[in-house]
Design a protein around this ligand. Structure first.
Ligand code: MG
Length: 267
């Protein structure tokens, strides 16, 4: 009984200390420019706790895990032929804690939709060199199903700059090329802000920041519009949230993916 009382006392005391910590601050300080809060305002909403991943690259507690190496339940694919118009269970191969493109089955499309987000994707190019330029392990991470971050083997392999791994395809080359060898896992960490529309008119472009193997390669880049090959396309109005897509680029050997997670971000 005594132990329970002590435990209860400790809980209350801990809560009071935590509350006191949050309430610490000042009201006799200036209002911050373009904000409603005083400097060190004690009433300012406190950021929620988030449990970080156990090791770098693992999903934090508030992430939506889109692929944990086990199954493709978070993904779908467009039907072809007699199944045209249907959304079918994903057919890419899952083995050994990763998934691998099955060429000809089509792009992988997330069942959930996302707009502004933080995204983590790991991918691997096939070992052994085969093909050149855009034919060497081509895939892509299409945010909102429209805006491609190129996936390609660019380890000692050249192509046009705005089509390299880490490029916003057809628009912005990566700042540097931190590609690893084929057969080694590589990471993309993206911060994406979706475009804003007023009716059919775009009033703010999409912005993208990308770390490729931990190296900054896109620094808050404004996108021209959706991704396309050899042309410039204007923005076309779409919903504030759209599916994520992984590209089946059938003209090169299959790329592997693992550990895909995403966090929705407020504006
Ligand atoms: Mg591609």
């Amino acid at each position: 009984m005594r132990i329970r009382i002590i435990q209860a006392f400790l809980l209350v005391a801990t809560g009071l200390v935590a509350q006191q910590t949050h309430r610490d601050g000042y009201k006799d300080t200036p209002i911050l420019p373009n904000q409603q809060w005083h400097v060190h305002d004690p009433d300012r909403p406190y950021p929620p706790d988030v449990t970080p991943g156990a090791t770098p690259g693992e999903p934090p507690g508030d992430a939506i895990v889109l692929f944990d190496g086990k199954d493709l339940s978070q993904w779908t694919q467009r039907g072809r032929g007699v199944d045209r118009g249907k959304m079918l269970d994903a057919k890419w191969k899952v083995t050994g804690g990763y998934m691998e493109i099955v060429h000809g089955t089509g792009d992988l499309i997330s069942r959930q939709k996302f707009g502004n987000c933080q995204l983590h994707v790991e991918w691997q190019e096939p070992e052994g060199i085969q093909g050149e330029s855009q034919e060497r392990g081509n895939s892509g991470v299409y945010i909102m199903s429209r805006y491609e971050i190129q996936v390609l083997d660019n380890y000692h392999s050249a192509t046009y700059a705005d089509g390299m791994a880490g490029a916003i395809y057809g628009q912005w080359p990566p700042l540097v090329n931190p590609s690893r060898k084929p057969g080694e896992w590589q990471t993309y960490d993206v911060v994406f802000e979706g475009p804003k529309f007023d009716g059919d008119k775009v009033v703010s472009p999409a912005y993208e920041t990308l770390f490729f193997n931990g190296v900054l390669v896109q620094n808050h880049r404004a996108l021209n519009g959706p991704t396309e090959y050899k042309v410039v396309l204007p923005y076309k109005r779409h919903d504030p949230e759209e599916p994520l897509m992984l590209q089946d680029h059938s003209s090169s050997r299959p790329v592997k993916y693992r550990n895909i997670w995403i966090r929705k971000l407020a504006e």
